[in-house]
Design a protein around this ligand. Structure first.
Ligand code: LLP
Length: 438
Protein backbone atom coordinates (compact mmCIF):
# COMPACT_ATOMS: atom_id res chain seq x y z
CA UNK A 1 0.00 0.00 0.00
CA UNK A 2 1.20 3.47 -0.90
CA UNK A 3 -0.52 5.66 1.67
CA UNK A 4 -0.79 5.41 5.46
CA UNK A 5 -3.70 3.32 6.74
CA UNK A 6 -6.96 5.32 6.98
CA UNK A 7 -5.95 7.78 4.22
CA UNK A 8 -9.15 8.97 2.48
CA UNK A 9 -10.54 12.11 0.90
CA UNK A 10 -13.20 13.85 2.98
CA UNK A 11 -16.53 15.15 1.65
CA UNK A 12 -14.83 18.30 0.36
CA UNK A 13 -12.09 16.36 -1.43
CA UNK A 14 -9.30 17.02 1.05
CA UNK A 15 -6.86 14.19 1.78
CA UNK A 16 -7.11 13.03 5.39
CA UNK A 17 -5.18 10.60 7.58
CA UNK A 18 -6.78 9.36 10.80
CA UNK A 19 -9.56 11.88 10.12
CA UNK A 20 -7.11 14.81 10.01
CA UNK A 21 -6.92 16.95 6.87
CA UNK A 22 -3.39 17.35 5.59
CA UNK A 23 -4.35 20.88 4.49
CA UNK A 24 -5.06 21.82 8.13
CA UNK A 25 -1.66 20.48 9.17
CA UNK A 26 0.06 22.48 6.43
CA UNK A 27 -1.74 25.63 7.63
CA UNK A 28 -0.80 24.99 11.24
CA UNK A 29 2.79 23.76 10.89
CA UNK A 30 3.87 25.15 7.51
CA UNK A 31 5.47 23.33 4.58
CA UNK A 32 7.43 21.35 3.62
CA UNK A 33 5.98 19.08 6.26
CA UNK A 34 6.50 15.37 6.88
CA UNK A 35 3.48 13.64 8.37
CA UNK A 36 3.78 10.20 9.97
CA UNK A 37 0.94 7.93 11.05
CA UNK A 38 1.52 6.14 14.35
CA UNK A 39 -0.93 3.31 13.66
CA UNK A 40 0.70 2.49 10.31
CA UNK A 41 4.13 2.23 11.95
CA UNK A 42 2.73 0.06 14.74
CA UNK A 43 0.89 -2.07 12.25
CA UNK A 44 4.12 -2.77 10.36
CA UNK A 45 5.97 -3.54 13.61
CA UNK A 46 3.23 -5.97 14.63
CA UNK A 47 3.13 -7.63 11.21
CA UNK A 48 6.88 -8.27 11.37
CA UNK A 49 6.83 -9.40 14.98
CA UNK A 50 3.95 -11.77 14.47
CA UNK A 51 4.96 -13.10 11.06
CA UNK A 52 8.51 -13.91 12.14
CA UNK A 53 7.79 -15.06 15.67
CA UNK A 54 5.06 -17.37 14.38
CA UNK A 55 7.24 -18.78 11.62
CA UNK A 56 10.40 -18.98 13.73
CA UNK A 57 9.89 -18.71 17.50
CA UNK A 58 12.44 -16.46 19.20
CA UNK A 59 13.10 -14.43 16.02
CA UNK A 60 14.20 -10.85 16.66
CA UNK A 61 13.23 -7.83 14.62
CA UNK A 62 15.60 -4.86 14.81
CA UNK A 63 14.42 -1.66 13.14
CA UNK A 64 17.17 -0.13 10.94
CA UNK A 65 17.22 3.40 12.31
CA UNK A 66 19.01 4.81 9.26
CA UNK A 67 15.61 4.84 7.51
CA UNK A 68 14.37 7.55 9.91
CA UNK A 69 15.05 8.32 13.55
CA UNK A 70 13.45 10.59 16.09
CA UNK A 71 12.88 10.17 19.80
CA UNK A 72 9.11 9.82 19.27
CA UNK A 73 9.64 7.10 16.70
CA UNK A 74 12.02 5.32 19.06
CA UNK A 75 9.33 5.35 21.74
CA UNK A 76 7.05 3.47 19.33
CA UNK A 77 9.79 1.04 18.30
CA UNK A 78 10.61 0.33 21.96
CA UNK A 79 6.94 -0.04 22.87
CA UNK A 80 6.40 -2.49 20.00
CA UNK A 81 9.21 -4.67 21.33
CA UNK A 82 11.59 -4.24 18.41
CA UNK A 83 15.34 -3.88 18.62
CA UNK A 84 17.30 -1.13 16.87
CA UNK A 85 20.12 -1.19 14.35
CA UNK A 86 22.31 1.93 14.56
CA UNK A 87 25.16 2.80 12.28
CA UNK A 88 26.88 5.77 13.91
CA UNK A 89 27.57 7.47 17.22
CA UNK A 90 24.87 9.97 16.26
CA UNK A 91 22.21 7.28 15.96
CA UNK A 92 23.48 5.61 19.12
CA UNK A 93 23.32 8.91 20.99
CA UNK A 94 19.74 9.44 19.79
CA UNK A 95 18.86 5.99 21.13
CA UNK A 96 20.64 6.59 24.44
CA UNK A 97 19.20 10.03 25.07
CA UNK A 98 15.72 8.85 24.08
CA UNK A 99 15.91 6.13 26.72
CA UNK A 100 15.81 3.27 24.22
CA UNK A 101 16.86 -0.02 25.90
CA UNK A 102 20.51 -0.27 24.87
CA UNK A 103 20.69 -4.03 25.21
CA UNK A 104 18.34 -4.11 22.21
CA UNK A 105 20.72 -1.99 20.11
CA UNK A 106 23.10 -3.44 17.54
CA UNK A 107 25.92 -1.35 16.06
CA UNK A 108 26.76 -1.57 12.35
CA UNK A 109 29.20 0.28 10.12
CA UNK A 110 32.01 -0.37 7.65
CA UNK A 111 34.33 2.15 9.31
CA UNK A 112 33.39 2.51 12.95
CA UNK A 113 35.68 5.04 14.54
CA UNK A 114 37.51 4.44 17.82
CA UNK A 115 35.14 6.97 19.42
CA UNK A 116 32.07 5.12 18.13
CA UNK A 117 33.31 1.78 19.39
CA UNK A 118 34.25 3.25 22.76
CA UNK A 119 30.79 4.81 23.13
CA UNK A 120 29.13 1.52 22.18
CA UNK A 121 31.16 -0.39 24.77
CA UNK A 122 30.63 2.22 27.47
CA UNK A 123 26.88 2.41 26.90
CA UNK A 124 26.63 -1.36 26.70
CA UNK A 125 25.00 -2.04 23.32
CA UNK A 126 23.63 -5.53 22.81
CA UNK A 127 25.85 -6.45 19.88
CA UNK A 128 28.44 -5.12 17.50
CA UNK A 129 28.39 -6.34 13.91
CA UNK A 130 32.08 -6.54 13.05
CA UNK A 131 32.94 -5.53 9.50
CA UNK A 132 36.74 -5.60 9.11
CA UNK A 133 40.17 -6.28 10.62
CA UNK A 134 40.88 -2.67 11.59
CA UNK A 135 37.75 -2.74 13.72
CA UNK A 136 38.89 -5.98 15.36
CA UNK A 137 42.21 -4.39 16.32
CA UNK A 138 40.34 -1.45 17.83
CA UNK A 139 37.98 -3.74 19.72
CA UNK A 140 40.90 -5.77 21.02
CA UNK A 141 42.46 -2.61 22.48
CA UNK A 142 39.25 -1.04 23.74
CA UNK A 143 37.80 -4.11 25.44
CA UNK A 144 41.09 -4.57 27.32
CA UNK A 145 41.33 -0.89 28.24
CA UNK A 146 37.71 -0.65 29.42
CA UNK A 147 37.64 -4.12 30.94
CA UNK A 148 34.46 -4.86 28.99
CA UNK A 149 33.26 -7.67 26.79
CA UNK A 150 30.65 -7.66 24.05
CA UNK A 151 28.69 -9.99 21.79
CA UNK A 152 29.65 -9.75 18.14
CA UNK A 153 28.39 -11.00 14.82
CA UNK A 154 30.71 -11.10 11.84
CA UNK A 155 29.44 -9.35 8.71
CA UNK A 156 30.07 -11.73 5.86
CA UNK A 157 29.84 -10.76 2.21
CA UNK A 158 28.02 -13.72 0.65
CA UNK A 159 28.62 -12.45 -2.91
CA UNK A 160 25.02 -12.21 -4.11
CA UNK A 161 23.83 -9.83 -6.81
CA UNK A 162 20.28 -8.48 -6.48
CA UNK A 163 17.86 -6.54 -8.65
CA UNK A 164 18.12 -3.06 -7.25
CA UNK A 165 19.92 0.21 -7.98
CA UNK A 166 23.73 -0.28 -8.09
CA UNK A 167 24.11 2.13 -5.16
CA UNK A 168 21.91 -0.15 -3.05
CA UNK A 169 23.83 -3.40 -3.68
CA UNK A 170 25.91 -4.36 -0.69
CA UNK A 171 26.96 -7.96 -1.24
CA UNK A 172 28.69 -8.12 -4.60
CA UNK A 173 32.45 -8.83 -4.69
CA UNK A 174 33.18 -5.16 -5.36
CA UNK A 175 31.62 -3.91 -2.12
CA UNK A 176 32.98 -1.98 0.86
CA UNK A 177 30.79 -3.95 3.27
CA UNK A 178 31.70 -7.11 5.16
CA UNK A 179 34.30 -9.76 4.44
CA UNK A 180 34.24 -12.21 1.55
CA UNK A 181 34.15 -15.93 2.24
CA UNK A 182 36.40 -16.54 -0.77
CA UNK A 183 39.39 -16.04 -0.50
CA UNK A 184 39.27 -16.72 3.22
CA UNK A 185 38.85 -13.21 4.64
CA UNK A 186 35.79 -14.08 6.70
CA UNK A 187 37.51 -17.18 8.09
CA UNK A 188 40.57 -15.16 9.10
CA UNK A 189 38.29 -12.71 10.88
CA UNK A 190 36.70 -15.56 12.86
CA UNK A 191 40.16 -16.70 13.89
CA UNK A 192 41.00 -13.18 15.01
CA UNK A 193 37.71 -12.77 16.94
CA UNK A 194 38.36 -16.01 18.81
CA UNK A 195 41.74 -14.65 19.95
CA UNK A 196 40.23 -11.54 21.54
CA UNK A 197 39.15 -12.23 25.12
CA UNK A 198 36.61 -9.37 25.18
CA UNK A 199 34.63 -10.64 22.17
CA UNK A 200 31.98 -13.36 22.17
CA UNK A 201 31.28 -14.57 18.63
CA UNK A 202 27.51 -15.06 18.46
CA UNK A 203 27.16 -15.72 14.75
CA UNK A 204 27.02 -14.25 11.28
CA UNK A 205 25.31 -11.40 9.49
CA UNK A 206 24.84 -10.48 5.83
CA UNK A 207 22.91 -7.60 4.27
CA UNK A 208 22.56 -8.02 0.52
CA UNK A 209 21.01 -4.69 -0.48
CA UNK A 210 17.87 -2.61 -0.23
CA UNK A 211 14.47 -2.22 -1.95
CA UNK A 212 14.53 -5.89 -3.00
CA UNK A 213 11.34 -7.72 -3.98
CA UNK A 214 12.65 -11.23 -4.65
CA UNK A 215 12.81 -13.69 -1.77
CA UNK A 216 15.33 -16.01 -3.45
CA UNK A 217 18.48 -13.90 -2.78
CA UNK A 218 17.67 -13.84 0.94
CA UNK A 219 17.34 -17.64 0.96
CA UNK A 220 20.67 -17.98 -0.87
CA UNK A 221 22.23 -15.60 1.64
CA UNK A 222 20.97 -17.72 4.55
CA UNK A 223 22.22 -20.97 3.07
CA UNK A 224 25.61 -19.33 2.37
CA UNK A 225 25.79 -18.14 5.99
CA UNK A 226 24.99 -21.66 7.22
CA UNK A 227 27.64 -23.26 5.00
CA UNK A 228 30.16 -20.78 6.37
CA UNK A 229 28.98 -21.30 9.96
CA UNK A 230 29.32 -25.07 9.56
CA UNK A 231 32.84 -24.67 8.23
CA UNK A 232 33.73 -22.49 11.22
CA UNK A 233 32.23 -25.09 13.56
CA UNK A 234 34.33 -27.78 12.00
CA UNK A 235 37.53 -25.74 12.07
CA UNK A 236 37.21 -23.89 15.38
CA UNK A 237 34.43 -25.67 17.26
CA UNK A 238 32.34 -22.47 17.39
CA UNK A 239 28.59 -22.92 16.95
CA UNK A 240 26.42 -20.13 15.53
CA UNK A 241 23.94 -18.85 18.12
CA UNK A 242 22.55 -16.33 15.69
CA UNK A 243 22.10 -15.81 11.95
CA UNK A 244 21.07 -12.42 10.56
CA UNK A 245 20.17 -11.99 6.90
CA UNK A 246 19.85 -8.21 7.38
CA UNK A 247 17.11 -6.03 5.95
CA UNK A 248 16.32 -4.67 2.53
CA UNK A 249 12.76 -5.74 1.75
CA UNK A 250 11.03 -3.55 -0.81
CA UNK A 251 8.01 -1.28 -0.46
CA UNK A 252 5.62 0.17 -3.00
CA UNK A 253 6.52 3.68 -4.18
CA UNK A 254 4.16 3.44 -7.13
CA UNK A 255 1.01 1.38 -7.57
CA UNK A 256 2.86 -0.62 -10.23
CA UNK A 257 5.46 -1.82 -7.69
CA UNK A 258 4.87 -5.31 -6.30
CA UNK A 259 3.78 -5.84 -2.69
CA UNK A 260 5.80 -8.40 -0.74
CA UNK A 261 3.54 -10.64 1.34
CA UNK A 262 5.23 -10.69 4.71
CA UNK A 263 3.78 -14.00 5.92
CA UNK A 264 5.16 -15.83 2.87
CA UNK A 265 8.49 -14.07 3.20
CA UNK A 266 8.76 -14.94 6.90
CA UNK A 267 7.78 -18.56 6.26
CA UNK A 268 10.36 -18.99 3.49
CA UNK A 269 13.14 -17.33 5.48
CA UNK A 270 12.29 -19.53 8.47
CA UNK A 271 12.28 -22.67 6.34
CA UNK A 272 15.71 -21.73 5.01
CA UNK A 273 16.92 -21.29 8.61
CA UNK A 274 15.62 -24.71 9.65
CA UNK A 275 16.97 -26.35 6.51
CA UNK A 276 20.39 -24.80 7.09
CA UNK A 277 20.49 -26.03 10.68
CA UNK A 278 19.38 -29.54 9.69
CA UNK A 279 21.77 -29.81 6.79
CA UNK A 280 24.79 -29.17 8.99
CA UNK A 281 23.40 -30.76 12.13
CA UNK A 282 23.41 -27.51 14.12
CA UNK A 283 20.93 -26.39 16.77
CA UNK A 284 18.61 -23.82 15.10
CA UNK A 285 20.25 -20.42 15.75
CA UNK A 286 18.25 -17.34 16.64
CA UNK A 287 17.08 -15.36 13.60
CA UNK A 288 17.48 -11.59 13.46
CA UNK A 289 16.11 -9.43 10.70
CA UNK A 290 16.61 -5.70 10.23
CA UNK A 291 13.83 -3.99 8.30
CA UNK A 292 14.06 -0.22 7.92
CA UNK A 293 12.08 0.99 4.93
CA UNK A 294 9.22 -1.47 5.44
CA UNK A 295 8.63 -0.23 9.00
CA UNK A 296 8.34 3.51 8.29
CA UNK A 297 8.15 3.99 4.51
CA UNK A 298 4.40 3.73 4.04
CA UNK A 299 3.68 5.64 7.26
CA UNK A 300 5.20 8.92 6.03
CA UNK A 301 3.79 11.53 3.63
CA UNK A 302 5.69 14.59 2.39
CA UNK A 303 3.60 17.73 2.03
CA UNK A 304 4.66 20.70 -0.10
CA UNK A 305 3.09 24.01 -1.15
CA UNK A 306 2.95 24.81 -4.88
CA UNK A 307 4.60 28.05 -5.97
CA UNK A 308 5.81 28.91 -9.46
CA UNK A 309 4.29 27.08 -12.42
CA UNK A 310 6.04 27.19 -15.78
CA UNK A 311 4.61 25.90 -19.05
CA UNK A 312 7.11 25.03 -21.76
CA UNK A 313 4.74 24.48 -24.70
CA UNK A 314 5.00 21.03 -26.18
CA UNK A 315 7.64 20.05 -23.62
CA UNK A 316 6.34 20.05 -20.04
CA UNK A 317 4.69 21.94 -17.24
CA UNK A 318 6.99 22.47 -14.25
CA UNK A 319 5.12 22.81 -10.98
CA UNK A 320 7.65 23.98 -8.38
CA UNK A 321 7.17 23.25 -4.71
CA UNK A 322 8.79 24.65 -1.57
CA UNK A 323 10.97 21.58 -0.85
CA UNK A 324 12.85 19.11 -3.01
CA UNK A 325 16.24 17.45 -3.02
CA UNK A 326 17.26 18.88 0.36
CA UNK A 327 14.48 16.90 2.03
CA UNK A 328 14.25 14.04 -0.50
CA UNK A 329 17.44 13.24 -2.39
CA UNK A 330 16.16 9.86 -3.60
CA UNK A 331 14.89 10.90 -7.07
CA UNK A 332 18.18 12.73 -7.79
CA UNK A 333 20.37 9.99 -6.31
CA UNK A 334 18.68 6.81 -7.49
CA UNK A 335 16.18 7.98 -10.08
CA UNK A 336 13.55 6.96 -7.51
CA UNK A 337 9.99 7.31 -8.77
CA UNK A 338 7.11 8.53 -6.63
CA UNK A 339 3.42 9.21 -7.05
CA UNK A 340 1.72 12.41 -5.89
CA UNK A 341 -1.72 13.89 -5.24
CA UNK A 342 -3.09 17.37 -4.72
CA UNK A 343 -4.04 17.23 -1.04
CA UNK A 344 -6.31 20.25 -0.49
CA UNK A 345 -8.97 19.60 -3.15
CA UNK A 346 -10.13 17.04 -5.68
CA UNK A 347 -11.47 17.11 -9.20
CA UNK A 348 -12.04 14.69 -12.06
CA UNK A 349 -9.88 16.90 -14.20
CA UNK A 350 -6.23 15.82 -14.45
CA UNK A 351 -3.15 17.37 -16.04
CA UNK A 352 0.24 15.74 -16.57
CA UNK A 353 2.86 17.83 -14.80
CA UNK A 354 6.37 17.55 -13.42
CA UNK A 355 6.91 18.41 -9.77
CA UNK A 356 10.19 20.28 -9.35
CA UNK A 357 11.94 21.23 -6.16
CA UNK A 358 13.25 24.70 -5.34
CA UNK A 359 16.97 23.91 -5.21
CA UNK A 360 19.66 25.11 -7.58
CA UNK A 361 20.12 21.88 -9.52
CA UNK A 362 18.38 20.85 -12.73
CA UNK A 363 18.24 17.35 -11.29
CA UNK A 364 16.04 18.59 -8.44
CA UNK A 365 12.85 17.05 -9.75
CA UNK A 366 10.67 15.12 -7.31
CA UNK A 367 8.16 13.49 -9.69
CA UNK A 368 8.24 13.47 -13.46
CA UNK A 369 5.07 13.27 -15.58
CA UNK A 370 2.40 12.70 -12.98
CA UNK A 371 -1.34 13.13 -13.62
CA UNK A 372 -2.62 15.57 -10.99
CA UNK A 373 -5.65 17.72 -10.37
CA UNK A 374 -4.33 20.73 -12.34
CA UNK A 375 -2.21 22.51 -9.71
CA UNK A 376 -2.47 26.22 -8.91
CA UNK A 377 -0.08 28.25 -6.77
CA UNK A 378 -0.99 27.68 -3.12
CA UNK A 379 -2.20 24.09 -3.65
CA UNK A 380 -0.65 21.31 -1.61
CA UNK A 381 1.20 18.39 -3.15
CA UNK A 382 1.35 15.20 -1.06
CA UNK A 383 3.92 12.51 -1.89
CA UNK A 384 3.27 9.08 -0.35
CA UNK A 385 5.80 6.43 0.74
CA UNK A 386 8.05 9.23 2.02
CA UNK A 387 8.68 7.83 5.50
CA UNK A 388 12.04 6.17 4.82
CA UNK A 389 15.36 7.67 3.66
CA UNK A 390 13.93 11.13 2.95
CA UNK A 391 14.35 13.06 6.22
CA UNK A 392 17.12 10.62 7.12
CA UNK A 393 19.16 11.85 4.15
CA UNK A 394 18.02 15.49 4.32
CA UNK A 395 20.62 18.23 3.95
CA UNK A 396 20.89 21.96 4.35
CA UNK A 397 21.66 22.47 0.67
CA UNK A 398 21.08 26.10 -0.29
CA UNK A 399 20.82 26.52 3.50
CA UNK A 400 17.37 25.01 3.49
CA UNK A 401 15.72 24.60 6.88
CA UNK A 402 14.95 20.95 7.59
CA UNK A 403 11.18 20.34 7.63
CA UNK A 404 8.95 19.97 10.64
CA UNK A 405 7.53 16.51 11.39
CA UNK A 406 4.06 15.77 12.68
CA UNK A 407 2.76 12.47 14.06
CA UNK A 408 -0.91 11.58 13.65
CA UNK A 409 -1.96 9.25 16.41
CA UNK A 410 -5.39 8.20 17.67
CA UNK A 411 -7.10 10.85 15.54
CA UNK A 412 -5.00 13.80 16.67
CA UNK A 413 -1.78 15.34 15.43
CA UNK A 414 1.24 16.62 17.29
CA UNK A 415 4.56 18.13 16.32
CA UNK A 416 7.38 15.64 16.94
CA UNK A 417 10.26 17.55 15.35
CA UNK A 418 10.09 21.31 14.91
CA UNK A 419 11.23 22.99 11.70
CA UNK A 420 14.84 24.16 11.75
CA UNK A 421 15.34 27.85 12.42
CA UNK A 422 17.88 30.36 11.14
CA UNK A 423 19.41 30.19 14.62
CA UNK A 424 19.89 26.43 14.14
CA UNK A 425 21.62 27.15 10.84
CA UNK A 426 23.96 29.64 12.48
CA UNK A 427 24.51 27.71 15.70
CA UNK A 428 27.84 26.27 14.56
CA UNK A 429 29.35 29.53 13.36
CA UNK A 430 32.41 30.48 15.32
CA UNK A 431 32.86 33.70 13.32
CA UNK A 432 30.99 36.89 14.16
CA UNK A 433 27.23 36.63 13.84
CA UNK A 434 26.30 40.28 13.81
CA UNK A 435 22.54 40.10 14.06
CA UNK A 436 20.26 37.81 16.02
CA UNK A 437 17.50 36.31 13.88
CA UNK A 438 14.34 34.45 14.75
N1 LLP B 1 20.65 -3.63 7.77
C1 LLP B 1 21.77 -3.11 7.21
C2 LLP B 1 23.07 -3.63 7.61
C3 LLP B 1 21.66 -2.08 6.28
O1 LLP B 1 22.76 -1.58 5.72
C4 LLP B 1 20.38 -1.57 5.91
C5 LLP B 1 20.24 -0.48 4.95
C6 LLP B 1 19.25 -2.14 6.54
C7 LLP B 1 19.43 -3.17 7.45
C8 LLP B 1 17.86 -1.67 6.25
O2 LLP B 1 17.50 -1.79 4.91
P1 LLP B 1 15.98 -1.50 4.47
O3 LLP B 1 15.10 -2.58 5.08
O4 LLP B 1 15.61 -0.15 4.97
O5 LLP B 1 16.03 -1.53 2.99
N2 LLP B 1 19.22 5.19 1.06
C9 LLP B 1 18.77 4.04 0.30
C10 LLP B 1 18.81 2.78 1.11
C11 LLP B 1 20.15 2.51 1.74
C12 LLP B 1 20.04 1.40 2.73
C13 LLP B 1 21.25 1.25 3.54
N3 LLP B 1 21.24 0.12 4.42
C14 LLP B 1 17.39 4.35 -0.27
O6 LLP B 1 16.89 5.42 -0.05
O7 LLP B 1 16.82 3.53 -0.98
Amino acid sequence: MLWPLTTVRDATGRLTIGGIALADLADEFGTPLYVYHDETIRNQCALYREAFQTAYPGARVAYAGKAYLSSELLAIIADEGLGLDVVSAGELMMAYRSGFPLERVVLHGNNKTPEELRLALELGVGEIIVDNFYELDLLDELTRELGRSVDVLLRVNPNIDVHTHDYRKTAIVDSKFGLLIEPGFARQAVERILEIPGLRLRGYHAHIGSQIFEIEPFLTSISTLFAFAADMYERYDVKPAQISPGGGFGIQYQKSDPEVELGTFAAQVSDAMRKGAEEYDLAPPQLTIEPGRTIVGQAGVALYRVGAIKDIPGVRRYVSVDGGMADNIRPALYGAKYEAEIANRDSVERATVTIAGKFCESGDVLVRDVALVPPEPGDLVAIPAAGAYCLAMASNYNLALKPAVVMISGGSARLIQRRETYDDLLAREVGTVARSTN
